[in-house]
Design a protein around this ligand. Structure first.
Ligand code: AHM
Ligand code: MG
Length: 336
């Protein structure tokens, strides 16, 4: 409840929320709460670095390339270091899979816990230097086998994830996440330096009015994708308005808007990128997990994204996600 000076003396911080959830979950040990708490420290430090980047000389290129050959930006490197340092020292994780590291990062034995975290520490890199929203994405799995962690421990379908989330560094900083009991959003309150619950039980509408894709690649798309996009731009029923187009080019920002306003986000395969661009383990799967928690759908054009059996840790997949009816309509074209 807010007092006269505008301070809420009973605010639901993210840690308090997680502790409450943990209490209602039989057998929970608090290990995931500890892990997520450390992850929030990384997110807060990244949010602060993103804000100061222009004056702290953090824009620009760091001079190295990541696993997929993209030039690494200085903020990418800092964000990756923060994720790795915070997660590998919290005693709850045994292996980390980052977009920025070709091989899994194995946590030293003395610090190992049961969780495997996959993450893109700073997604939407091409937007960093022009101050457009960027984000971090993560997915969390529990290690199931005894012995030291190996790649195989994470080559499992997304249906086995225990938690997923993203941070959006936009006009404010938000964390949206799920531990499998709905999707909830938290906004960073700079006055207290903590995330407070602002969006409980996020649900995506069944149908939206917005499509979000890089339409510049239409030339390389499969005709079926072109036909679907054409169908929402030129509805058969002349009384219906066409869908609006919104594309930021930062998956976190585009999917966040899709959660709030509904519609469809698609990054299809194309002749230049036969599996699309987005990475299954730390982009598509965590977003698919959250999309389903919010009552939406996420498919690769044939099946649920979360049912894909990954073969490699940096594997890509096409993605069509959002409001149920919109994704269903799209599927009718794709499977026609
Ligand atoms: P990144 O991980 O190198 O930043 O690339 C992922 C980003 C997504 O955030 C976004 O949806 C997509 O790339 C945009 O790609 P494109 O510029 O091809 O439309
Ligand atoms: Mg990315």
């Amino acid at each position: 409840m807010a007092s006269d000076n505008g301070v809420d003396s009973d605010c639901m911080t993210i840690t308090r929320f997680l502790i409450d959830q943990q209490r209602s979950c039989p057998g929970a040990t608090g290990s995931l709460t500890l892990l997520l708490n450390q992850l929030m420290t990384a997110v807060k430090a990244i949010a602060s670095a993103v804000k100061r980047a222009g004056i702290a000389n953090l824009y620009g290129i760091a001079g190295s390339q990541n696993t997929t050959g993209d030039e690494q930006k200085k903020l990418d490197v800092l964000a990756n270091d923060l994720f790795i340092n915070m997660l590998s020292t919290c005693g709850q994780a045994c292996m980390l899979i980052s977009e920025e590291n070709e091989d899994p990062v194995i946590v030293p034995e003395e610090n190992r816990g049961k969780y495997i975290v996959t993450f893109d520490p700073l997604d939407g890199s091409s937007n960093i230097d022009c101050l457009v929203s960027i984000g971090s994405i993560w997915g969390i799995y529990e290690k199931k086998t005894p012995g030291p962690p190996t790649k195989e421990d994470v080559l499992r379908p997304g249906t086995e994830m225990v938690s997923a989330g993203y941070a959006l560094y936009g006009s404010g900083t938000m964390v949206v996440m799920s531990t499998g009991c709905g999707l909830h959003g938290f906004t960073l309150d700079p006055n207290i330096g903590d995330f407070v619950l602002t969006h409980r039980d996020m649900f995506i509408k069944n149908r939206g009015k917005i499509y979000s894709t890089n339409e510049g690649y239409e030339k390389y798309w499969d005709q079926k994708v072109t036909n679907y996009v054409h169908s929402i731009k030129y509805p058969e029923d002349e009384k219906k308005s066409p869908y609006g187009a919104r594309y930021i080019g930062s998956m976190v920002a585009d999917v966040h808007r899709t959660f709030l306003y509904g519609g469809i986000f698609l990054y299809p395969a194309n002749t230049k990128s036969p599996n699309g661009k987005l990475r299954l383990l730390y982009e598509s799967n965590p977003m698919a997990f959250m999309m389903e928690q919010a009552g939406g759908r996420a498919t690769d054009g044939e099946k649920r994204v979360m049912e894909i059996e990954p073969k490699g840790i940096h594997e890509r997949c096409p993605v069509f996600m959002g409001s149920t009816y919109d994704v269903d309509d799209c599927m009718k074209f794709l499977t026609a």
